[in-house]
Design a protein around this ligand. Structure first.
Ligand SMILES: NC(=O)c1ccc[n+]([C@@H]2O[C@H](COP(=O)([O-])OP(=O)(O)OC[C@H]3O[C@@H](n4cnc5c(N)ncnc54)[C@H](O)[C@@H]3O)[C@@H](O)[C@H]2O)c1
Ligand SMILES: [Fe+2]
Length: 392
């Protein structure tokens, strides 16, 4: 156990208009040869052109615009040969999928081998090609985290290392204005659960020493997670309902970014572990899997989190008129379920096709997510399987 707390966020620039500063950010750092990593949709939507137009002429750019949504390890490894390793930096442009692709590619470019060699925490042997991120969704917070996520053998796995933390990020809500409602919803739910799970994570003084900064909840992460939750709860519904609501888009950019910084210093918990296991079993986006696993994960943690859930419920009541006067742990779970239903998200895994007999497989998928489970507020015990089976 450690009583020390570490806080090492990377610099970022956030707000409408932040993108205009990208050229100077790259030049100041001496990045001349840059590989832009993005996905086909961002490339065809005009966002890619908007981002690279001011860079052309002064910087030496190459573009990889084939990063798939929710990438598999093999998708990344095959690009290593195509592009070589002669870049000063990679620019991850897009949602979590494209940013994670850039981080994973920077790793295999710098150290060779396959992603499997670095699975888990603290296995990256040294610095990688620096990554600068420009998110186009308000969700994962990947622009500020030390993790890259990909699917390996049908299960979502991750490599986490402080060497993977992007060296800079530009978070401009203007880039999210055309985000379709369904992506706004799915990515936004991810951000919301980052804030909640970071806030309630196991306190740092009870988490064994970790090679990276998933150290349990601590004074830095708690403050950021709570502020992230406030911004997200205030903006999320409105951003989904009216994508042109600039205030809501800004709120989601701020909230998702703060939530990313928070959880990258605290770690997450069981809802993420369940959703990662579920994500390997069904073809559904991360945010959708999180919604389906929220009830079962938070119910298992209920006794350990009662005080924090009540506190979050009081925060909801400050924002929502319909929740005024309610500030109990139970009402927080009710409010979350109401939000899930209102936004048309699934409230249990069976809505995504899981059967009663899939409970054991889901549990097995959870048990390998040690990156998540070590910071869960309640240690995993034999009762988990009944919570899974009841919640399916
Ligand atoms: N690294 C981390 O710390 C971390 C944390 C949480 C989740 N993740 C991972 O991130 C991925 C999910 O990322 P996501 O939710 O941001 O979605 P995404 O990157 O998968 O994008 C979803 C879809 O939205 C499109 N899109 C993105 N921005 C757009 C825009 N501005 N306008 C129009 N279309 C746009 C994309 O092209 C894609 O088709 C998952 O693989 C998840 O596991 C990573
Ligand atoms: Fe997430």
């Amino acid at each position: 156990m450690s009583q020390l707390i570490a806080f090492s966020p990377s610099p970022s620039l956030l707000g409408f208009g932040a993108l205009s500063r990208l050229p100077e950010v790259l030049k100041e750092r001496g990045f001349r040869r840059i590989l832009v990593v993005t996905d086909p949709q961002i490339a065809s939507s005009g966002i890619l052109q908007k981002v690279i137009r001011p860079l052309k002429g002064t910087l030496d750019l190459e573009v990889l615009d084939t990063a798939p949504t929710e990438p598999r390890s093999g998708d990344v490894e095959k690009e290593k040969e195509r592009f070589g390793a002669h870049f000063d930096a990679l620019l991850g442009l897009g949602g979590g999928s494209a940013m994670d692709f850039a981080k994973a590619l920077s790793l295999v470019m710098a150290h060779g081998g396959s992603l499997r060699d670095y699975l888990g925490e603290g296995k990256v042997p040294g610095p990688t090609t620096p990554v600068v991120c420009v998110p186009t969704t308000s969700g994962t917070g990947s622009q500020s985290t030390q993790t890259t996520v990909f699917t390996l053998e049908g299960i979502k796995r991750g490599v986490s290392s402080e060497y993977l933390r992007p060296v800079f990020s530009i978070v401009d809500p203007e880039l999210t204005m055309e985000l379709p409602a369904v992506v706004t919803r799915n990515a936004g739910y991810d951000a919301l659960i980052h804030a909640v799970e970071s806030f309630v994570a196991c306190p740092y003084s009870r988490v064994p020493d970790r090679p990276i900064l998933y150290q349990g909840s601590n004074p830095f992460s708690r403050g950021l997670a709570l502020e992230a939750f406030r911004h997200i709860w205030r903006s999320y519904r409105w951003a989904v309902k009216d994508g042109q609501d600039r205030e809501a888009r800004l709120g989601m950019s701020v909230g998702s970014h703060l939530a990313g910084i928070a959880f990258s210093h605290s770690g997450l918990g069981l809802v993420h572990a369940l959703a990662s296991a579920l994500g390997g079993m069904v073809d559904a986006p991360h945010g959708v899997c999180l919604a389906a696993c929220t009830h079962m994960g938070l119910r298992y943690n209920f006794e350990a989190c009662k005080k924090d859930f009540s506190f979050l419920s009081a925060t909801v009541a400050e924002i929502d008129e319909t929740s005024r006067g309610r500030d109990s742990a139970e009402s927080f779970l009710v409010d979350l379920q109401r939000l899930i239903v209102e936004l048309g998200l699934p409230s249990k895994p069976s809505e995504l096709g899981l059967k009663k007999e899939d409970g054991k497989k889901l549990l097995d998928g959870v048990l390998i997510q040690t990156r998540r489970t070590k910071t869960n507020p309640r240690p995993l015990d034999h009762e988990l399987i009944s919570f899974i089976e009841d919640g399916l």
